[in-house]
Design a protein around this ligand. Structure first.
Ligand SMILES: *Cc1c(COP(=O)(O)O)cnc(C)c1O
Length: 456
């Protein structure tokens, strides 16, 4: 790389044409998902009421490479390949000998990595004859991405948006409406799950777990409707591997390779998308670290239980093996909405459990300090979620400085923060505190975990 080059850009013809399926290379796969009622291993029939067969097959596929449909590539081309940046100005500010790179997924129309999976999910549902998709959204990133994807494919879209965000983030809601989606504050009176919550607590501000229950119930009750999930599941992580596959080619063009790959982790999809293609090399004997960064307020991977748990609070979703804070976890109100889920992807959980990937938890003040430093050096305003990865990368760069070593650090800039400025206002007003999730709540969650004998 010349000493001035900042961006590494691929042409459209260099876009990956296949997704990478890490399951083909893992010697220890997650334990199988279980039916929430019978607690027996899931069958395709359990999932067919809410997912199309193509996605169910991807969920369990053991093929290392899965072709990306031409129709999906045509839409990926609207913003992919995404640029890889060398963070020269951030490196200078830190005085580090490390080379820091970031993959900028904020260039998608929705402003995050989430369209990478929303597009194929809408495509496979359309192909299966589905007319309408239902989903949940917290901060609004996933709802925006799915609304965008549905508008590309002419599908209807209904988004259950966690009520507190519905009122706090009106512009994300507007964006979904621009793309034609119907947005409903959750808990709502549209579903049994919502009505039950409202009967107990009419002022309930909602949670992702409740919104998932509503969206799943909606899809299960209508033949023309399927459900769509923006993270956690194997097929979602699979679709996101375009990020890491592109990044590998881009680094190859400048003759570099990461010592460490860093991503923030909510459900695990952007971390997996960037890291899994590098872990493929690790399985083949290469040395590379992968670090998932989460908030201390929602420390799923670093302090959660590695166990079977439900994906939602009403216990409608399959039971999966993962790190969890308990399915009735109601998160502290931190400003990284996308990182407030009680669980994490079974694949990422298994890799962290087995020591193949690492996890760290960081408080939100340090995260916002890093976000502001990044905006003032690199210029790009990061999403608060992505700022966790920035802080993780900065910590790695400072370790390299202490060690006097030229390490290569690659992180995922999962999205821009143009809709998150109220969080920055709070930070500048000194109203953000570091929240550490209490140990007694983690201990208490243990009692709420489902009892499953399935130990296969
Ligand atoms: C949703 C979101 C996340 C967290 O989800 P993952 O599945 O862990 O990637 C992180 N960053 C941004 C910008 C998001 O929108």
């Amino acid at each position: 790389m010349s000493d001035r080059q900042v961006k590494v850009v691929l042409s459209e013809k260099d876009m990956p044409r296949q997704w990478y399926n890490i399951m083909a290379d893992m010697s220890n796969l997650p334990k199988p998902g279980l039916n929430p009622v019978t607690k027996k291993p899931l069958t395709p029939d359990d999932l067919l009421p809410i997912f199309p067969m193509d996605l169910i097959l991807q969920e369990v596929s053991m093929d290392r490479w899965i072709d990306i449909p031409e129709e999906v590539l045509d839409i990926y081309r609207q913003w992919r390949p995404s640029p890889l940046y060398r963070a020269r100005r951030l490196e200078q500010a830190l005085g580090t000998p490390a080379r820091i790179y970031y993959k900028h997924e904020g260039v998608s129309p929705a402003g995050s990595h989430k369209p990478n999976t929303a597009i194929p999910q809408a495509y496979y549902n359309k192909k299966a004859g589905i007319k309408r998709l239902s989903t949940e959204t917290g901060a609004g990133q996933w709802g925006s991405a799915l609304s965008l994807a549905c508008s590309y494919f002419g599908l209807e879209c209904t988004v259950y948006m966690v009520k507190v965000s519905y009122h706090q983030k009106p512009y994300r809601r507007s964006l979904m409406q621009v793309w034609g989606a119907e947005v409903i504050p959750s808990p709502s009176d549209r579903t049994n799950a919502g009505r039950q919550v409202l009967a107990k607590d009419p002022d309930c501000l909602g949670s992702l777990g409740i919104a998932i229950s509503e969206a799943v119930e909606d899809a299960a009750n209508r033949k023309d409707t399927n459900y769509s999930l923006g993270s956690v599941l194997n097929h979602v992580l699979l679709h996101q591997t375009v990020i890491g596959l592109e990044a590998k080619k881009q680094l190859e063009l400048v003759g570099d390779y990461p010592d460490v790959v860093v991503g923030c982790c909510g459900g695990g999809s952007n971390f997996a998308g960037l890291a899994f293609p590098f872990l493929a090399d690790k399985f083949a004997g290469k040395e590379v670290r992968a670090v998932a960064v989460e908030p201390t307020a929602c420390p799923t991977l670093t302090r959660g239980h590695f166990a079977y748990d439900f994906g939602d609070s009403a216990q409608l979703t399959p039971i999966v093996s993962m790190f969890t804070l308990g399915h009735d976890f109601v998160p502290p109100g931190i400003h990284a909405g996308g990182l407030r889920y009680h669980g994490a992807s079974p694949l990422v959980s298994q890799l962290v459990h087995d020591g193949i990937a690492e996890a760290v938890a960081i408080g939100q003040r340090g995260v916002f300090e890093s976000a502001v430093l990044f905006a003032r050096t690199e210029g790009i305003l990061p999403a608060p979620e992505s700022a966790h990865a920035i802080k993780g990368a900065i910590d790695e760069a400072l370790k390299a400085k202490d060690a006097g070593e030229e390490r290569t650090i690659l992180f995922s800039l999962s999205g821009h923060g143009h809709f998150d400025l109220s969080a920055y206002d709070e930070f500048f007003a000194g109203r953000l505190t570091d929240i550490v999730y209490p140990q007694e709540m983690i201990d208490k969650a243990l009692a709420s975990l489902p009892v499953c004998d399935e130990e296969s």
